[in-house]
Design a protein around this ligand. Sequence first.
Ligand code: ATP
Ligand code: MG
Length: 412
Amino acid sequence: MAQVVLEDICKSFPARQGRSPQESSQRLAVAAPSATVAPSLAKVGKAQTGQVAQTGQVAQMGQVDILKHINLAIADGEFMVLVGPSGCGKSTLLRLIAGLEEPTLGNIVVGDRCVNDLPPKARDIAMVFQSYALYPHMTVYNNLAFGLRRTRMAKSAIAQQVEQVAQMLELGDLLQRYPKQLSGGQKQRVALGRAMARDPQVFLMDEPLSNLDAKLRAQTRAQIVQLQRQLGTTTIYVTHDQTEAMTMGDRIAVLNGGVIQQIAAPLELYQRPANRFVAEFIGSPPMNFIDVQVKDNQHLYHPHFTLTLPDTWGNTLAPLVGRSITLGIRPEHLSLTSDSPQSLPVQVALVEALGHETCLSCTFEAEKGMSMLLQVRIDPQQIVQHNDKLWLEIDPQHIHLFEADSGAAIAV
Ligand SMILES: Nc1ncnc2c1ncn2[C@@H]1O[C@H](COP(=O)(O)OP(=O)(O)OP(=O)(O)O)[C@@H](O)[C@H]1O
Ligand SMILES: [Mg+2]
């Protein structure tokens, strides 16, 4: 167990590049126990970190910046979720920590040592991939024992460790099977078990549940969280699924375009998103955004409604009077009401009755001739039908405001 600290990590790839992420993942999965992946390029340390200040930019000509000045400290035993849209650099960051890629700049610290120059095997980190990457010609037992055998552990100690992991993951009856004789969920448990058996300082998990069906996903999600609590091993878990992020992480780091947008506990992210990107990414259905004008220190104006805000917003709004800003409102903070100057006229485009709640997509004429869809969550007892014309009320206690151009949150 150990803390992991990422200091000003940058990664650029040449605009045209040989090895694909899949290839390098496979390389760790298959070859890591024999430590064939060695660092090849120059040492990356403080000297190069200093280069950032000098040049003010990371990439050279013909390079693409994938990760931009990532600073992230993961505490000993913490479950950190890294979430963001496809292509934002999540796997690249994990591969850097594992030692499969080298940072262009910055330091990776595991425990109290900088591991930039250490090969993957020497980092004492175990990685679980989306693709499972089990050894197909080995039984479950041998898959679990493989990493331990490389450490020259005594046979009896290996057997004991495998037994313990198999019991934790309910794999006891499957030990003599081969991967092809396992279901997706069972394979995933073996992949987890293989990582756990090594009892590493850090687990890295790259979308380990994405090949499972919805029910198994939810089950395995809970199982991973429980196991992590039990073992107390520092874990960095990558996903693009915001539900996984919200339910699993002690904290979540939201990444977009290679830049960390916000690092916070799940509810903090949901309730106080730092910017419009986080506000939209975390929460499903997503937050609604409406362009409004600050009329005075208590009112937001839109051609179709005027919203009165609580007094607490007064000081924040005063310097913004006359400016255009973005109002954010979550689907659960819109409700059905009657015609009034405060309410929004909409037409129901879609009704999704989920049993415990009903989700509506409603067409709202945002500007002349331009309509947008508003997502609304209502009580399932309320009967609403496709094409109904309704009025929506915004709960002013739960609004979010963002700067129109930068998207940064305007804090109360
Ligand atoms: N070896 C490489 N050479 C060149 N470009 C790369 C390499 N590895 C990754 N990239 C690029 O870096 C970007 C980030 O890739 P990465 O795999 O880290 O994304 P991700 O956030 O894990 O996405 P996903 O959710 O789809 O897995 C992508 O644009 C990808 O094409
Ligand atoms: Mg990825």
